[in-house]
Design a protein around this ligand. Structure first.
Ligand SMILES: C[C@](O)(CO)[C@H](O)COP(=O)(O)OP(=O)(O)OC[C@H]1O[C@@H](n2ccc(N)nc2=O)[C@H](O)[C@@H]1O
Ligand SMILES: Nc1ncnc2c1ncn2[C@@H]1O[C@H](COP(=O)(O)OP(=O)(O)OP(=O)(O)O)[C@@H](O)[C@H]1O
Length: 292
């Protein structure tokens, strides 16, 4: 038997870090949204008791370092599953890009194995497994728009954003999330107004959402990756309502509600950077409707 799940990427509309915790992680407050740029995760039963990972991307590990493997292992142990699974990941989300590709694959694996092995997990049980794999995995279980707090694993849903286009530009470099958080500790930080962003989302005020976009990690990554400032400036020249780096970067996104502007951004940025995408938002119910 085979089960297929979509694993969509996220962007951070507002990302604040409140400080470093005793466990080494950072306390965050961030508003996240799921976008329609997605990997596809297929789980197929194996009679033997093993977990096999296959991916289409050259630099993604196919062993126990893969977040999908880690999620499957926890589920097998917790629910005493004695058969195996082959997990095939069709990667469309750029890797190490600030878009939570690996985290979303892990979340999709949790949803898929719940169906494949007919476990009947609650949303809370899924969250409990998710946070053992990584901080962003919990948000990716349901997706949509949400406030994430703690180290990112405490999720409070928010209303959907007004529909818009998201143009993503991924510079040809990768950054380490751990290193960006470490360097954040050593430099003065700007703090975006997360509460004002939440209010703008509550009011469905697209212009205010664009105006309030902010990410305290952006300045840290910009110091290491010169291209981010160049991409932002170029996008600003072409025209976008709001522009920001996602997560720990280096992907930059621009929001616009106008299709002509989206086309202009897409065409203008394509000659500038190898990886450019224009996508829509993705609603949470599309991911977890089977459990609600
Ligand atoms: C930057 C974001 O992508 C924003 O959504 C997330 O905060 C990162 O989430 P993630 O990639 O799932 O992070 P994890 O895999 O849990 O942690 C990777 C590393 O990032 C650092 N880390 C992560 C999350 C957090 N709240 N504080 C941290 O300091 C830790 O050094 C950790 O070892
Ligand atoms: N299924 C997976 N897909 C992609 N990378 C994975 C996967 N499993 C493990 N990894 C490892 O995780 C690292 C980070 O990949 P990922 O694409 O999730 O980063 P990211 O988009 O920056 O994540 P985040 O926004 O959550 O910080 C990769 O370099 C890779 O070694």
């Amino acid at each position: 038997m085979k089960v297929l799940e979509k694993a969509p990427a996220k962007i951070n509309l507002s990302l604040d870090v409140l400080g470093k915790r005793e466990d080494g992680y950072h306390e965050v407050r961030m508003v996240m949204a799921t976008i329609d740029l997605a990997d596809r995760v297929e789980c197929e039963s194996l009679p033997e008791d093993k977990i096999v990972i296959r991916t289409t991307a050259p630099y993604v590990p196919e062993d126990n370092r893969n977040f999908a493997y880690q999620a499957a292992k926890i589920i097998k142990e917790r629910y005493s599953i004695r058969t195996g699974v082959e997990i095939s990941i069709d990667k469309q989300i750029p890797v190490a890009a600030g878009l939570a590709g690996g985290s979303s694959d892990a979340a999709a694996t949790i949803r898929a194995l719940n169906r494949l092995w007919k476990i009947g997990m609650t949303y809370e049980s899924m969250l409990d497994i998710a946070k053992k794999v990584g901080s962003d995995v919990a948000f990716c279980i349901k997706g949509g728009t949400a406030l994430a707090t703690g180290r990112g694993e405490k999720i409070s849903p928010l209303p959907p954003l007004p529909q818009c286009w998201i143009v993503l530009v991924k510079p040809d470099v990768s950054v380490s999330t751990a290193q960006i958080y470490r360097e954040w500790d050593d430099q003065p930080a700007l703090h975006p107004d997360v509460d004002a962003m939440i209010a703008a989302i509550m009011h469905g005020d697209f212009q205010a959402i664009c105006h309030l976009l902010g990410n305290t990690l952006e300045a840290v990554t910009m110091k290491k990756v010169d291209e981010i400032a160049r991409i932002k400036a170029h996008m600003r020249r072409i025209g976008a309502e709001g522009i920001l780096m996602s997560g720990s970067g280096p992907t930059v996104f621009a929001l616009t509600q106008r299709e002509t502007r989206m086309q202009r951004l897409l065409n203008g940025m394509k000659g500038y950077c190898p990886q450019v995408f224009a996508v829509r938002l993705c609603r949470s119910a599309e991911l977890l409707s089977k459990y609600e």
